[in-house]
Design a protein around this ligand. Structure first.
Ligand SMILES: *[C@@H]1O[C@H](CO)[C@@H](O)[C@H](O)[C@H]1NC(C)=O
Ligand SMILES: *[C@@H]1O[C@H](CO)[C@@H](O)[C@H](O)[C@H]1NC(C)=O
Ligand SMILES: *[C@@H]1O[C@H](CO)[C@@H](O)[C@H](O)[C@H]1NC(C)=O
Ligand SMILES: *[C@@H]1O[C@H](CO)[C@@H](O)[C@H](O)[C@H]1NC(C)=O
Ligand SMILES: *[C@@H]1O[C@H](CO)[C@@H](O)[C@H](O)[C@H]1NC(C)=O
Ligand SMILES: *[C@@H]1O[C@H](CO)[C@@H](O)[C@H](O)[C@H]1NC(C)=O
Ligand SMILES: *[C@@H]1O[C@H](CO)[C@@H](O)[C@H](O)[C@H]1NC(C)=O
Length: 684
């Protein structure tokens, strides 16, 4: 007579209890047993009657039997509460069982140690240890024939001392963890494929174990829970259990965790000593706890959260970097500048081009600011960037408009202005890069590293600058006054052609100052007398400065040199004096070593004097200057005695006319004067 116990409700539990008491009666007469559990009660008061538990074993509220939780080195046992009779000779020792288990590893494919279905004469496993011993034996008891334990192990870790084949295997154990037969966990699919089963997949797996005492054969079959029973068993092992099984045997499960852990679950269990165990009804089995999902969630979170956190951190970092960069590359761009967009450079590009305005890129101090060399990132154009500090917004609009219109000037002897950029308190002007730098370094004796220029080169430079000035004064659509012609504003390209730079910049100084004073921009020694008096720049004042420039080039010295003999301090005076003394060539740069055409030299010197005539009306126009230089018109015979020229001799004395403030300066005051950034400010 068979007793079936299904434990998923109070009625079943009651029935089971009732049947159990009748079993105790029937067993003694029938010596056979069968039962089936779809879950093991609801985890409250009846579980002790349904199963005999020890260690970590417990039945969860939904009826799920959990042999171990995920703590390390746990052991859990669960036995059918009373022993079954295997009375040799009298009854068959055959048995059959079907159960569903699940191992939920602590992290994917990392769990342990495993579980076993077992038959044992006793339920006291206090001596047994965890880990590789699976809660069955200890080191001493393992392998002892006195154990009388038959176990089918589902082992998720490889223990070499027990000759485990791998870390995912099924083995038949008799008294020892050294299996008499083992195979990797696998099953034959309905279409005959040998498929691996991952014991640690966390998914429920169904097991069938059949022992036929007549055949002395134990068969073990595995399959995923929701799959059909495969026709061929995984293990079909010959074993004579006659001497192993005792008259009275408990049947149940053992599981153990190691230092890596799994939760070991039994979802349902069917057992029979007479014929095949009843097939479990999968639909009646309790569900694995949402713990599994939570685990997944936890894993999901534990993976995603750091990534998210990293992203957020990177994001914040990026934001901060962006802010810093933004600050670093901050520039001012107002609405009215939109139309100048093509001439506008981004500060970032200029910053990158000049490597952050590094000292290495520093070219020198030009008029109004430091100049840096750079290479534009994309076009690889060499540029020179001038940083002009400018705090005033007043007049900025007009100035930028002027800059932009200057950018439209095209002449081979002008340094091309490419564009601009504006930042707080700063204006950046971008020019073509001139590889040979400014002329003054080649011209003046104080820079001896540079080779001196020969006369044809100097002449070509003078002519080039003159033609550029002519273009500015007469040939362009507007009259452009340079305002600051001098050797240091003439730059030399790769072929030593002179190119006039920095034009129009002087106007910057006019803007942005209060209206009560007028600042006269320009450089001492190049300023026409009427400019210092009236503060008005004209083409005439440009011609004056150009005259001084010509003398500079010819004489190889600055217009004012305080370190020389008194009569040589002012260049113009010195040239006149030489002329008066009958040898104008005495003023010529000694480094030319007389290697020049005397006629050409005389022309340049005299034209220089004529251009820098204190009386503006007597100065020639640039067109005329060009004609004289080209030899198209001969320079009028100017003699020291002629009315205009007569003034030359008295420069130094006539303080009201020429260098009005200048002639009477003592050497010391000139010194201090020159140190003041070369800008003269006169009150109106
Ligand atoms: C468990 O079953 C008992 C009867 O066996 C019942 O009284 C109890 O309410 C059940 N508990 C839960 C949580 O279902
Ligand atoms: C596992 O169960 C033991 C008691 O049996 C308990 O001390 C431990 O905290 C549990 N571990 C987890 C992870 O729940
Ligand atoms: C194993 O268990 C037996 C029986 O309880 C005990 O006598 C023996 O000392 C234990 N051996 C170890 C290594 O713990
Ligand atoms: C599947 O293949 C492995 C290795 O070839 C073998 O050990 C195992 O017994 C096979 N499984 C089945 C169900 O035949
Ligand atoms: C075990 O499997 C073999 C081979 O499939 C089969 O012949 C035998 O009848 C099976 N025995 C039991 C007890 O299921
Ligand atoms: C099984 O073992 C018993 C006891 O050792 C023996 O009498 C019997 O012949 C064995 N059966 C087989 C088939 O080997
Ligand atoms: C055991 O095998 C024999 C012979 O193959 C068969 O007659 C018998 O029914 C089987 N017993 C069980 C319980 O399957």
């Amino acid at each position: 007579m068979a007793a079936a116990a299904a434990a998923s409700g109070s009625v079943f539990s009651f029935t089971f209890l009732f049947l159990l008491s009748s079993l105790a009666f029937t067993i003694s007469t029938q010596q056979s047993d069968r039962f089936i559990f779809h879950g093991f009660g609801n985890g409250t008061k009846n579980q002790q009657q349904l199963l005999r538990l020890d260690g970590a074993g417990e039945v969860l509220p939904n009826g799920l039997l959990r042999l171990t939780n995920a703590s390390a080195l746990q052991i859990g046992h669960a036995f059918f509460p009373r022993p079954l009779n295997f009375i040799r000779g009298k009854s068959s020792l055959s048995f059959s069982t079907n159960f569903v288990f699940a191992m939920v590893p602590q992290s994917p494919n990392l769990g342990g140690h495993g579980l076993a279905f077992l038959l044992s004469p006793a339920v006291d496993f206090s001596h047994a240890v965890a880990s590789q011993h699976l809660g069955l034996f200890n080191a001493t008891t393992d392998g002892a024939s006195t154990n009388h334990v038959v176990a089918i192990e589902l082992d998720a870790m490889r223990s070499p001392e027990f000759q485990d084949i791998d870390n995912n295997h099924v083995g038949v154990d008799v008294n020892s963890l050294i299996s008499i037969d083992a195979a990797p966990a696998s099953y034959l699919s309905p279409d005959g494929k040998n498929l691996t089963l991952q014991l640690l997949s966390g998914r429920p797996i169904q097991v069938w174990i059949d022992y036929n005492d007549t055949q002395k054969l134990i068969n073990v079959t595995l399959a995923p829970m929701d799959g059909p029973r495969p026709e061929r068993p995984l293990l079909s092992t010959s074993v004579n259990l006659t001497d192993v099984l005792l008259d009275s045997m408990y049947v149940g499960f053992s599981a153990a965790t190691s230092t890596v852990t799994s939760e070991h679950y039994i979802l349902g269990w069917s057992f029979s000593q007479t014929g095949r165990a009843e097939q479990l009804d999968i639909s009646k089995l309790p569900k694995l706890p949402p713990v599994r999902k939570e685990r997944k969630k936890v894993e999901w979170i534990s993976i995603v959260f750091p990534i998210l956190a990293a992203f957020v951190l990177v994001g914040i970092g990026g934001f901060v970097v962006c802010l810093i960069r933004r600050k670093k590359y901050e520039e001012i761009c107002e609405d009215w500048e939109k139309e100048y967009h093509p001439q506008r450079f981004t500060y970032k590009n200029l910053y990158l081009a000049t490597h952050g305005f590094k000292e290495k890129q520093f070219l020198g101090v030009g008029g109004f600011g430091k100049v840096y060399k750079g290479v534009l990132p994309k076009s690889e154009t060499a540029i020179a960037v001038k940083r002009v500090s400018h705090d005033s917004r007043q007049g900025m609009k007009e100035f930028v408009a002027e800059i932009v219109s200057i950018g439209r000037l095209r002449h081979r002897n002008l340094v091309q202005l490419l564009g601009y950029c504006r930042r707080k308190g700063e204006l950046l002007l971008v020019y073509d890069y001139m590889p040979n730098g400014s002329l003054d370094h080649f011209l003046f004796k104080d820079d001896e590293k540079k080779p001196t220029l020969n006369w044809p080169q100097r002449q070509r430079i003078i002519r080039g600058v003159a033609s550029a000035l002519l273009y500015l004064h007469e040939e362009w659509e507007q009259v452009v006054i340079h305002r600051d012609i001098k050797a240091s504003n003439v730059l030399l390209d790769a072929d030593f052609n002179g190119r006039l730079g920095d034009f129009g910049l002087a106007r910057l100084h006019d803007h942005g100052t209060n209206s009560h004073t007028t600042q006269v921009a320009g450089t001492v020694g190049y300023l026409a007398p009427e400019l210092t008096r009236l503060g008005k720049a004209t083409t005439g004042t440009d011609v004056f400065a150009f005259g001084v420039f010509m003398l500079e080039v010819a004489c190889g010295r600055r217009p004012v040199e305080v370190e020389t003999a008194a009569e040589e301090v002012i260049l113009v005076d010195w040239v006149v004096r030489c002329w008066q003394q009958g040898n104008i060539f005495k003023a010529v740069d000694s480094r030319l070593q007389d290697a020049y055409d005397r006629e050409e030299m005389e022309l340049v010197l005299k034209l220089g004097l004529l251009c820098s005539h204190p009386v503006a009306a007597l100065r020639p126009s640039l067109r005329k200057v060009m004609q004289y230089l080209d030899g198209d018109t001969t320079l009028p015979e100017i003699s020291l005695e002629s009315a205009g020229v007569g003034n030359f001799g008295s420069y130094s004395e006539r303080s009201d006319l020429y260098f009005s403030n200048f002639g009477s300066y003592s050497r010391a005051s000139i010194n201090s004067f020159c140190s003041q950034d070369s800008i003269i400010t006169t009150g109106r």
